[in-house]
Design a binder for this molecule. Structure first.
Ligand SMILES: Cc1cc2nc3c(=O)[nH]c(=O)nc-3n(C[C@H](O)[C@H](O)[C@H](O)COP(=O)(O)O)c2cc1C
Length: 169
């Protein structure tokens, strides 16, 4: 089984999680969509600039290495939550690919305490086979036992759903 993790990050938290997930699966390629837009180290300035560029002007500058989605059995998508959603520029990148029949999982990091997973984050993508989701608050604390356990369940869910897909295909 071949897996692609495609993710983006502004301040590095989602990258930590992407690498942690990569370390737990076999045959994984990783593809970071690099944000080139420079931002302030001050949180409020950073948020204001990004909201303005991503939601109003649609002008986040990024570098994306294109991939061939047909090479992969599973695509895992990772992103930070911006204004309660997947970043718009990242959504637009994902829409260039045909994920409708792919097994897809997603993970995200967010600043607020809220634990719920919002499957609408992926509703734009027209995927018919969303197999697992995992969101956690940043900074990433994979050390506390409960967070480690949630991440472990995410990986187990991916593995068991992919096993079933291969068994019955
Ligand atoms: C423009 C912007 C908007 C954000 N909006 C939210 C939000 O709506 N809810 C939330 O919980 N966190 C929000 N955050 C915080 C990020 O989701 C959080 O810090 C995330 O872990 C950053 O991931 P990264 O380090 O991979 O970029 C926002 C951050 C930025 C820069």
């Amino acid at each position: 089984m071949k897996t692609l993790i495609i993710y983006t990050t502004l301040t590095g938290h989602t990258k930590v999680l992407a690498n942690a997930i990569k370390g737990k699966l076999e045959e994984v390629d990783i593809n970071e969509v690099k944000i080139n837009t420079r931002v302030s180290k001050y949180k409020l300035f950073r948020i204001f600039k990004i909201v303005f560029l991503d939601f109003i002007l649609n002008k986040i500058s990024y570098t994306h290495q294109k991939f061939d989605e047909t090479e992969y059995d599973l695509i895992i998508i990772g992103f930070p939550i911006w204004r309660g959603e997947m970043p718009i520029f990242f959504k637009n990148i994902l829409l260039q690919y045909n994920l409708s029949e792919k097994a897809v999982a997603f993970f995200c990091t967010h600043g607020s305490k809220e634990k719920s997973i919002h499957s609408q984050y992926l509703s734009y993508l027209k995927t018919n086979n969303l197999i697992a989701t995992y969101c956690c608050q940043s900074p990433i604390k994979v050390n506390p036992p409960e967070e480690k356990e949630r991440l472990r369940k995410f990986i187990l869910q991916i593995e068991s759903k992919m096993d079933n897909l291969f068994k019955y295909s």
